[in-house]
Design a protein around this ligand. Sequence first.
Ligand code: NAD
Length: 427
Amino acid sequence: MSKEFNAFAMAQNQFDAVADKLQLDNGLRELLRWPQREYHFTIPVTMDDGSVRVFKGFRVQHNDARGPAKGGIRFHPQETVDTVRALATWMTWKCAVVDIPLGGGKGGVICDPHDLSSREQEALCRGWVRQVARNVGPVQDVPAPDVMTNPQHMVWIMDEYEKLAGGHYPGFITGKPVELGGSLGRTEATGFGVIYTVREALKRSEVPIEGVRASIQGFGNVAQYAAKLLIELGGVVVAVSCWDNDDHTAYTFRKTVGIDMDFLLSITDRFGTIDKDKAEKAGFDVLEADAWLEQEAEILIPAALENQISGDNVGRINKKVKIIAEGANGPTTPEADTVLKERGIFVIPDFLANAGGVTCSYFEQVQCNMNFFWPKQEVLDRLDQKMSRAFKAVADLSDETGEYMRDAAYMIAIQRVATACHLRGWA
Ligand code: NAD
């Protein structure tokens, strides 16, 4: 990523373009271009060697007109406040497009958890929440895991918050272990959510899901559950790719008759690397990183990283591809997006396609607040309903207006937040 790249400038540009289409008035524009609140703070941690290290932490609340802010906490050595601002902004639009009563927030700490012992990470988590405890909470701002944070971090943060608040508040944070207030179905939620939208897209174009072929980038949480559900529904996954931690490069694993998920998982190590020799012996073709793009398939699902479909490789997309469902956040560059538009490929944009995760986090919060937990199938059925409804609203608008799916999704999300601000008399 170039030094000049600024995620928040990009988020503002995207907003400006849609605000023009919606002819939003100036007050609303100014309000929605910026976070409502930001907290920047220091977190002193006594390290294992007795020294004190001071970490820099953030929490940004972009907009809470539709409900408490919602968004993860990221631990990253290159974290910047502009990244956190952009992610908080995108959370506002993501919650709005699936119509859950939450706003957008995001937090972070500049650190590399790999360099910290478990005790030091616990101290950092507890220190983070002590600094923002007055400004977050089940009715203000609900954090969750993000890059390099996990369910254990969430438990430490919740425990410290409950000590300060003097009661049990499991609805304060999501992404907790199921044993301590987490929701069943959260593990599957994002990948399954992607496929619920794909299924609806196929229905609209009257293409049967049975026998439909998909090529997937990534073989992590999102990719695995997307592949699993697509296969269950009768689809065929002809390729997946993964990052090889030993060779420090990515490979595509192709099997044109369709992958067997159980087998592929059995040869994937705990860091997500698929064993190339075992794959080849089992009849897979092991191809280079970008080969997943050019496979003969009707559906592509980028589910690894941002900036993966770019001006350089968009031309490699197979002519058979009809749908791209963005499981990852920001996998398509604006240059590639223009080409996809020209080719008439139906794109299910990231903040709609991968919103199953935050939707299930919202269900976790609801269950915690009720202190009553739903069976897994109930969680998944509710998720399916939410995702299918959100997809329909965006696809209907796109059909009615001729707008590209990404623009239609932004129009719905921004309009909903603008309406909430307007009704509250904010602008
Ligand atoms: P993960 O860490 O479980 O999996 C990432 C996968 O990408 C791994 O299989 C890895 O091998 C692969 N990968 C990494 N670099 C690659 C490369 N250059 N080429 C090919 N494969 C590569 O992560 P995840 O939770 O599955 O998240 C994937 C994407 O989905 C991210 O963009 C994330 O922000 C987004 N997302 C995840 C969730 C969620 O609930 N997990 C929710 C919304 C969005």
